[in-house]
Design a protein around this ligand. Sequence first.
Ligand SMILES: NC(=O)c1ccc[n+]([C@@H]2O[C@H](COP(=O)([O-])OP(=O)(O)OC[C@H]3O[C@@H](n4cnc5c(N)ncnc54)[C@H](OP(=O)(O)O)[C@@H]3O)[C@@H](O)[C@H]2O)c1
Length: 304
Amino acid sequence: MHPTDRRRTLITGATGFIGSHLAARLVADGWEVHAVLRPESQADALPPGVVPHVHDGTTAQMHTLVAAAAPSVVFHLASVFVAQHQQEDVTRLVRTNVEFATQLLDAMAASGVRHLVNAGTAWQHFENGDYNPVCLYAATKQAFEALLTFYVETARIRAVSLRVFDTYGPGDPRPKLFSVLDRIAREGSELAMSPGDQLLDLVYIDDVVDAFIAAARYLQAGAGAAHEIFALSSGDAVSLREVATRYGRIAGRPLPIRWGSRPYREREVMVPWFLGSPIPGWTPQVSLEEGLRRVIAHAQSRAT
Ligand SMILES: NC(=O)c1ccc[n+]([C@@H]2O[C@H](COP(=O)([O-])OP(=O)(O)OC[C@H]3O[C@@H](n4cnc5c(N)ncnc54)[C@H](OP(=O)(O)O)[C@@H]3O)[C@@H](O)[C@H]2O)c1
């Protein structure tokens, strides 16, 4: 075991959008990268060079797994995300975002692993509240942090929770805004949307990865309080309508969107949380204009 090895890490959610980019960057930077997978994970989505460990769902095996990986820092990104939950989502939200995550903390405590970078969400702060969850998903993120406090106090774990805002980048497989804009740009099919005045705070994937790595450095430098919260924000909120307009301009054709033909959803975030501070040593490098160019160039190269 090498608990003090500074370039050994364990990632949860390493097959996801942010996790896979983070894992690839860490491998490229010479880190030994271990990943916690589930039996149903898409292991082929793991970047080359990542060491997979399949978690069987038990706390005991999580302890064995973390001890074997012996990371100096854990990046916790695994999550179920549902914007508006249905009855059948409750169990999986709590199982993954609270139970699995607490098993991870317990195993870290048992192995003496002290550093955690945790992916939270800006949706924990509806209408700029200290804590006001937009939805049940955001509430489970907060519940995890309440449990984290126990391990911070009793096992000397030190943690940074990043409040992640909207993220985007080329080839994003998630069914989110840009895959929809790409589809209507290609097909010319009309899309019904809300009035589009909600402000989006979009951070390009390379900047997101930089922020996670800056958080690990911050912990390893021994700076700050035992659990700190930082905003992974672009600092440049733009309305949904403006994002779609810019997308259409760069893609070379206006997007056929019928604005206002759908209502805003309940608890729609009209103005993203703006009271957080960025992680020290990090500022976003990729402007929205440049990020959109990269996303559109990638989408167009795949279409030809
Ligand atoms: N991207 C955003 O815009 C955004 C905004 C706010 C917060 N965040 C937070 O940032 C983190 C990473 O986000 P992401 O967008 O990269 O997520 P993602 O692409 O949806 O990936 C999440 C990963 O979680 C793992 N997972 C574990 N249990 C799961 C389950 N029951 N169902 C589905 N997935 C499960 C999966 O990885 P394995 O199969 O490898 O376990 C999955 O690939 C998450 O914690 C998310 O809540 C993201």
